[in-house]
Design a protein around this ligand. Structure first.
Ligand code: FES
Ligand SMILES: [Fe+2]
Length: 360
């Protein structure tokens, strides 16, 4: 049960190397990505229509790929162009091709109707490819539903508890209520924590001993993309009025992509716009974020294991769950709308024939 007509992050650009097949399952569909002769990324269903072998175990031939089981060759649009030992190419001998856009170091894939794949719908992540920002790209694999990770990212009140020594801060951070704005395609969360001690990772980066004003302002958009403006500035320097001259600022881009119902891809980055000539700052910041995300990983997997023991368990909603409640509602709404549209199409076009499957 996944949203289909949406752009998912399929990979970091650097993961798809020229001359190599790159396999990744997205929404339970195996995908093989490769770079065509012009360098553009193509994505095909990673399952040969002949006997089901993964094309990713084959080889790239110019703009085409060849299944290295019995040699069928597929062009980058998915059409079969050669079947060794056969003059005829049956119409079913093709694989599905998926629209792909490579933008700002992320590779986006459209898993639904190709005709609806509008690149203008891809959110802006300019800082992932800007000389004014530095970051270290990274990826974590989760063996849980993407929704549990979305829950985590939609409520930062867990920061001072789960991330006490990394991203956290004093418990006061969790006392303030985030402002939640409901968007058509997600949620905008604005959280200010004024005149509090700097978060441990900010303290390590800056050495600040004074209190700070801290902000986390982010959009969490379908199908699981978090884009955040965050930072801290010594208290009294006007950050709450928009003055950021004395601030350390960060831009975070994170994307959750379902692999299956119970496993997920998590792409993340935390960019900074200061100390751009000091790779040590980038590495330290990245290390702090990775340490914190390991804390999330441990807790969410433990939560998943706990939930798996009791399918009847119902979560207890609290006021802090406002954002994630809305997000889950949006996800369900979109899935239902797509199902209804598909059912309507199927009913109006269903042929009156009986299908016989043959196991040869
Ligand atoms: S399984 Fe691919 S050619 Fe036979
Ligand atoms: Fe977290």
């Amino acid at each position: 049960m996944f949203i289909k007509n949406t752009w998912y992050v399929a990979a970091w650009s650097h993961e798809v190397k020229a001359g190599e097949m790159f396999a990744r399952t997205i929404t339970s569909i195996p995908i093989v990505m490769f770079r065509a002769a012009d360098g553009a990324i193509r994505a095909l269903h990673d399952r040969c229509p002949h006997r089901g072998a993964p094309l990713s175990k084959g080889r790239i031939e110019g703009d085409a790929v060849r299944c290295m089981y019995h040699g069928l060759r597929f062009e980058s649009n998915g059409a079969c162009s050669q079947i060794p030992g056969s003059d005829r190419i049956p119409p079913a001998a093709c694989v599905r091709a998926f629209p792909v856009v490579e933008r700002n170091k992320w590779v986006w894939i459209w898993m639904g109707d190709p005709a609806a794949a509008n690149p203008a719908l891809i959110p802006d992540t300019f800082w992932l490819d800007s000389p004014n920002w530095r970051y270290q790209p990274d990826y974590i694999h989760y063996n849980v539903s993407h929704l549990l990770i979305a829950d985590n990212l939609l409520d930062f009140s867990h920061l001072p508890f789960l991330h006490e020594t990394t991203l956290g801060g004093s418990a006061g951070y969790a006392e303030g209520r985030a402002k939640v704005d409901r968007l058509d395609n997600g949620v905008r969360i604005t959280r200010w924590f004024e005149n509090g001690p700097p978060a441990p990772f900010v303290h390590r980066l800056t050495g600040w001993e004074t209190n700070v004003d801290r902000w986390n302002i982010y959009d969490f958009l379908l199908p699981g993309v978090l884009l955040m403006d965050s930072g801290s500035a010594p208290v009294g320097t006007g950050a709450t009025d928009g003055h950021r001259d004395h601030a350390v600022q960060f831009r975070s881009a994170q994307a959750l992509t379902p692999e299956t119902e119970n496993s997920s891809h998590y792409f993340f980055s935390q960019a900074h716009n200061f100390a751009l000539d000091d790779p040590g700052v980038t590495a330290t910041l990245h290390g702090q974020v990775v340490a914190a995300f390991k804390e999330d990983w441990d807790m969410i997997h433990a939560q998943h294991a706990s939930l798996a023991l009791d399918p009847e368990f119902r979560m207890m909603p609290l006021p802090i769950d406002n954002a994630l409640g809305h997000y889950r509602w949006l996800v369900n709404k979109k899935i239902k709308a797509e199902e209804t549209a598909t059912a309507a199409t199927t009913t109006s076009t269903a042929p009156m024939v009986k299908t016989v499957s043959v196991l040869a």
